[in-house]
Design a binder for this molecule. Structure first.
Ligand SMILES: NC(=O)c1ccc[n+]([C@@H]2O[C@H](COP(=O)([O-])OP(=O)(O)OC[C@H]3O[C@@H](n4cnc5c(N)ncnc54)[C@H](OP(=O)(O)O)[C@@H]3O)[C@@H](O)[C@H]2O)c1
Length: 256
């Protein structure tokens, strides 16, 4: 079964495509000859990526400046999607922020900022996509990028862990409500992967100690999510919904 070929011609929205995992998902989809809609706040980065996506083989690339935490921005972006290139087939809720600090010292604004992007953003984008699919009488696939932090916690990132646990539950709850409409909703739970979100940390003693706790003793690479992504995105995963699957070098089963 050629999962990449099954994505050809589909229209895929990737939020947070301006760096890291989102950039990788957009390149993967483009290489499979999918139409790609790339969204984030830093449009200069998206414009540079768009040229490369064409070169990789995408027949249609749409660049959207979108702040997932803003209802007005998400509505405007979906208006632009509606007006260009046909309906979406796959929505990847990848945009996310961290927000480090011990709970006793964190300002409330940090908590709000993390929850606004990581939780509210997934809600705003998913509901708009699902409403359109229901109205059109067609299904679709939503892939939420959660985290192993959605299953277990570590000190110093309480808002982030709480937000990813919310994404895990939203994934299952959306799956339950929307299965009847042919809409599948699944989540990838990555472990530690070297991207801009975390790159400064891995060079510190603290970061190096964290890597030693991963059973495979190394960080993941963005492309190590590709296989699961394609399974969730395509008809190869046609009976798969509400699944939240870790890809983490064994981290979630590390020894207590
Ligand atoms: N790297 C890891 O180890 C790891 C592990 C588990 C889960 N994850 C999850 O994977 C996803 C991607 O993270 P990453 O590691 O690739 O981090 P990253 O390189 O920092 O990328 C984050 C992306 O989110 C976008 N973003 C942030 N706030 C946004 C907003 N308000 N509206 C729209 N886009 C926004 C950023 O684009 P702009 O700044 O241009 O808007 C950027 O493209 C996140 O959900 C993260 O929680 C990462």
């Amino acid at each position: 079964m050629d999962l990449g070929a099954m994505l050809a011609g589909k229209r895929v929205l990737v939020t947070g495509a301006s760096s890291g995992l989102g950039d990788n998902f957009a390149r993967l989809a483009a290489g499979c000859k999918a139409k790609v809609v790339i969204a984030a706040r830093r449009k200069d980065r998206l414009d540079a990526l768009a040229e490369q996506l064409h070169d990789l083989g995408s027949p249609q690339v749409t660049v959207l400046e979108m702040d997932v935490a803003s209802e007005a921005s998400v509505d405007a972006a979906f208006g632009a999607i509606d007006a260009s290139g046909g309906p979406l087939d796959v929505v990847v809720n990848n945009a996310g922020v961290a927000g480090d600090g011990l709970a006793l010292e964190l300002p409330t604004e940090t908590f709000d900022a993390v929850l606004d992007v990581n939780v509210r953003g997934v809600w705003l984008v998913s509901v708009r996509a699902a409403r359109r699919w229901k109205w059109l009488g067609r299904g679709g696939s939503i892939i939420n990028i959660a985290s192993i932090q959605g299953e277990r916690v570590m000190a110093g990132i309480t808002p982030y862990s709480a937000s990813k646990a919310a994404v895990v539950h939203m994934t299952k709850s959306f799956a339950l409500e929307w299965a009847r409409h042919g809409i599948r909703v699944n989540a990838i739970e990555p472990g530690y992967i070297g991207t801009e979100m975390t790159e400064a940390m891995w060079e510190t003693d603290y970061g190096k100690a964290l890597i030693k706790r991963i059973p495979m003793r190394r960080l993941g690479r963005p492309e190590e999510l590709d296989g699961l992504f394609l399974l969730m995105a395509t008809e190869a995963g046609s009976w798969m919904t509400g699944a939240c699957v870790p890809v983490d070098g064994g981290h979630l089963c590390s020894s207590l």
